[in-house]
Design a protein. Structure first.
Length: 446
């Protein structure tokens, strides 16, 4: 029966069967050593000249896949490697079977490589310790998001990615042929999660969304993972903000418990989430940027990337927080379903959450009144008949409700201080690349 590498620390003097990849092979005189890797960790394996496996071991190279049987023992004094969990032990091999050979690697995957090399060789480079750590952490973020919401009596739902109408009115959508008709890839699960508030009151969904934005930046993707939630019977947008505050405290606490080694690898301390994340209205934030940082943005409907970075700097200096909510965006610049502020209908009960200089969340209170929704759809220059399926939920009674969406890759990027969001994306889609460069794909077709 196979033993996982991390389990050998409990198998001293026992014979074990291990399966995994050769990380590296080292010849020390008559002894051959390899570092063997599986999903649980890495351990040192030694081949003695007297072993029947010794001659085969001479051929081993990095990334060969092997099965071996050997005896676990403690390493000699002074030969322990305390940097790895199994560093006090090694396995002396009696049997060795090569399950798969690997071609020679054209570069050192653990070295600093360019982003383009990373993307070109991603199916292989993802095997490195750095990338395994990135996506283990990302998986735990998703797990914590799900566990927290289930504990708050939210129901997980699955929603379509092919939609008949653009969520935000037709801007930045990927159009597609749907038999004899036109359809779109969903910009968000917004309509469906709102509909489901009328069924379960509290819902969440995790899935990919699509934006046909012609950006080529360190922060944009054309396909990304959205962590969405929506719930009913709220008072206003501050209830949604308070829930996210609690959610982030839970997520960070979960990562502190479950990703200790991964964060040690990056040498990163996780941010402390304030009990109450600071909040500024957009106009107040713009006034601060103008007066304190000489950034003239008072007439703008949003913060540009420079403004986001500076207001986060302000939050760190004045509130000791890496996070800050910006609220009350102009009504005309938010989707038609965003609830207007009763004190000033030109602004909305909406918010963005900024973290380390970038927006990671958009949310707010939604319009739940049927007639107001119909009027807004018309005001935004759209046809209510195109939204008939969505409007049914509101025509037959919907409570005051709201929600949010968190960009998983952006959150991962900023938690780990990665330079580019593509490093936090398993298989990035951007305007230049679908696995391979689109220019390469075009040339091959021609």
């Amino acid at each position: 029966m196979r033993t996982l590498i991390k389990e050998i620390i409990n198998k001293e003097s026992e014979s074990v069967e291990l399966k995994g990849w050769v990380n590296v092979r080292r010849d020390h005189g008559k002894l051959i050593f390899i570092d063997l890797r599986d999903r649980s960790g890495v351990c040192q394996v030694v081949f003695l000249p007297s072993s029947a496996a010794y001659e085969v071991a001479k051929e081993l190279r990095s990334e060969w896949v092997v099965r071996l049987v050997g005896k676990v023992s403690r390493r000699p004094k002074g030969m322990k490697n305390l940097k790895v969990e199994t560093g006090e032990f090694e396995v002396a091999v009696d049997e060795l079977t090569v399950l798969s050979r690997a071609e020679e690697i054209p570069f050192d995957p653990a070295s600093e490589i360019s982003l383009e090399t990373f993307l070109d060789w991603q199916p292989f480079v993802l095997r490195t310790e750095k990338n395994r750590n990135i996506f283990k952490i990302q998986a735990e973020i998703v797990r914590a998001f799900r566990d927290f919401l289930i504990s708050k009596n939210f129901i997980e739902i699955q929603v379509p990615k092919i939609v008949a109408q653009a969520t935000e009115g037709g801007a930045n959508v990927f159009k597609m042929d749907y038999f004899e008709n036109k359809a779109y890839l969903a910009q968000s699960p917004q309509f469906y999660k709102q509909i489901m508030v009328g069924v379960f009151e509290r819902v969440f969904t995790i899935g990919n969304v699509y934006r046909a934005e012609e950006h080529s930046t360190t922060r944009h993707l054309n396909e990304y993972t959205s962590l969405d939630l929506e719930f009913g019977f709220i008072n206003d947008h501050t209830d949604v903000m308070a829930l996210e505050n609690e959610l982030l405290i839970y997520v960070i606490g979960h990562l502190l418990k479950n990703c200790v080694k991964e964060f040690e690898f990056f040498g990163i301390q996780l941010p402390k989430i304030p009990e109450a994340i600071p909040s500024l209205k957009l106009k107040d934030a713009q006034k601060i940027l103008s007066e304190k940082y000489s950034l003239n943005c008072l007439s703008e409907p949003d913060l540009d990337p420079q403004g986001e970075r500076m207001i986060c700097q302000y939050a760190k200096e004045n509130f000791n927080s890496d996070f800050i909510f910006i609220t009350h965006y102009p009504t005309e610049k938010r989707p038609f379903y965003t609830f207007p502020d009763s004190a000033n209908p030109n602004f909305t009960r909406s918010f963005d959450l900024l973290f380390k200089g970038i927006e990671i969340t958009t949310g707010g209170q939604r319009v739940h009144d049927y007639q107001m929704l119909v009027d807004n759809i018309k005001k935004w220059g759209l046809n209510p008949e195109h939204f008939g399926f969505y409007l049914q939920a509101f025509k037959y009674g919907m409570p005051p409700e709201g929600g949010l969406a968190i960009g998983l890759e952006r959150l991962t990027q900023k938690l780990l201080n990665l330079d580019n969001i593509r490093e936090a994306t398993l298989f990035p889609r951007d305007m230049h690349r679908i696995d391979i460069l689109l220019s390469t794909l075009k040339n091959n077709r021609e």
